[in-house]
Design a protein around this ligand. Sequence first.
Ligand SMILES: [Zn+2]
Ligand SMILES: [Zn+2]
Length: 284
Amino acid sequence: MVYVTKSFGYIIQALLIFMIHLMVYYETNPIKEMLDEFSDYENLFNYITGWPIYIFVMINYILACTMHPGKIRENWELCYNYPKSQVTYCEACKVVKPPRSWHCVRCGFCVVKRDHHCDFTNQCVGYGNIKPFTFFCIFGFIGCAQFLVRSLQYSYHWINDDLECVKAYSKTYMIFLWFLMYVVLAFALFLTTITKRIIMNVLYNTTTLEQMVIADGALRPCEFITVENNAFDLGEIPNWVQSFGINPLLWFWPISPSRNGVTLGPFFNYLEALFDAKYHMKMI
Ligand SMILES: [Zn+2]
Ligand SMILES: [Zn+2]
């Protein structure tokens, strides 16, 4: 298996951020002139779906890349009667791992409730950053869809030669736009599979890794495997609360669920990421 190394991952991160801003540029470039030619409803739609989506994508992406995916506290204790066989020792980190913790070779540390290592965020997705990662996928997909619809609209007017502000664009400009549409479409399709998987994982309290083990490493992109007799599955709502926090008002806000139901806000997320594994065990 060929892995994307951590340093090569920074290049992927830079390319993704560059692509997002290229999309914003191509989408907003002719918009000022177009606004005069659109109906009021369409203009209202533009305002509601434009910048807020960009802001949500960027905040959640930055959080998914920077928040610790799930650090193991030194003196955690095993609560409830989970099988002792699930508690193992990591030779590399020199820590006793709680159940569902896996060592990531690329990150270089153990991650609590590790889901998978994401090349786009250049770190693991785990207990600590599953919420911003999920929202990055959801808002990212909406942003891609919006870009594709808008670009199709520009292309239609350019081909028909019937809109002043789009008419002036050169062939090269449009060819590059179509190439970008192709890349964004591929990324959007990838996001649909990953978004579906991550939401199912949250609802059924499983991880991609656990399913990989059942599938013997051959998990297909759209495949979701139900883990039989899953001791961690509390039911769909409690599972959701475990990953997204207790307060429904904050479920769709880019901050992480914190310990004891207290949310400290985005600037304190790094503190929250140093969560207590004992609390995690009580939660599950
Ligand atoms: Zn480790
Ligand atoms: Zn990792």
